[in-house]
Ligand binder design. Structure first.
Ligand code: CA
Length: 221
């Protein structure tokens, strides 16, 4: 039995990228513009976007939720994977960052698949529930403030259809969730609670990947 992940050295990483990354010019431009921002670490890795888009293609997803849109890179990956009548409800509180997102979405010709809601995501998810949209979404990407992950998750589980996919980002939190860390920040503690809760949550099928900063996949039963 193999008990270790392969060590991804910089050389191996560059090789992986050279033989597998497929990124449009537009997405690369968005990634480069985002890299100049003070919160640039919030940008997902392009490999992660490509991987999640592949999952959406596999499940023939049409409607999704994104909790935490930032400058719109992940939504762009998702939109490319959805059919023309696909829709993503994009939740964010930053007018500044989502203005960048909208500029690139327009250029991509995929703006019609984006339903941007500038409000605290818990309010938007509650609104969707009030609008009778229970069990009507194929996927949810969770990537906003970590303190509210568990609450977002509970609401998203109601909004997802059976067989729907939840993808939660940053679940390894640069390693700070593991036992030896003395980091007691609210985000770290919330992520530890979130991971522990999902570990035994029988409402979902679960997998956690050490991809980028850690990605949990949970399928609603
Ligand atoms: Ca993230």
């Amino acid at each position: 039995m193999s008990t270790e992940h392969i060590q991804v050295t910089p050389e191996l990483f560059a090789y992986m990228r050279s033989v597998s990354l497929r990124e449009t010019e537009l997405r690369r431009a968005l990634r480069e513009e985002t890299a100049e921002l003070p919160d640039s670490q919030m940008q997902i890795m392009p490999e992660q976007g490509q991987f999640m888009a592949l999952l959406l293609q596999l499940m023939k997803a049409r409607r999704g939720l994104e909790v935490g849109t930032f400058t719109g890179y992940s939504a762009l990956c998702f939109a490319e994977a959805l059919p023309d009548d696909g829709l993503i409800v994009c939740c964010d509180v930053s007018a500044e960052y989502t203005a960048i997102a909208q500029r690139y979405w327009e250029k991509s010709g995929l703006r019609h698949k984006m339903d941007l809601r500038l409000a605290p995501a818990l309010e938007t998810l509650d609104q969707l529930l009030q609008d009778g949209q229970k069990a009507s979404y194929d996927f949810c990407f969770l990537d906003a403030d970590k303190e509210n992950y568990s609450e977002y998750y509970e609401k998203a589980l109601i909004l997802l259809r059976p067989g729907g996919l939840l993808m939660a980002d940053n679940v390894l939190w640069s390693g700070r969730v593991a036992g030896t860390s003395d980091d007691e920040s609210a985000s770290t503690s919330a992520l530890k609670d979130f991971n522990q809760k999902l570990a035994t949550d029988q409402r979902v099928a679960l997998s956690m990947l050490p991809l980028a900063d850690g990605l949990t996949l949970a399928i609603k039963k």
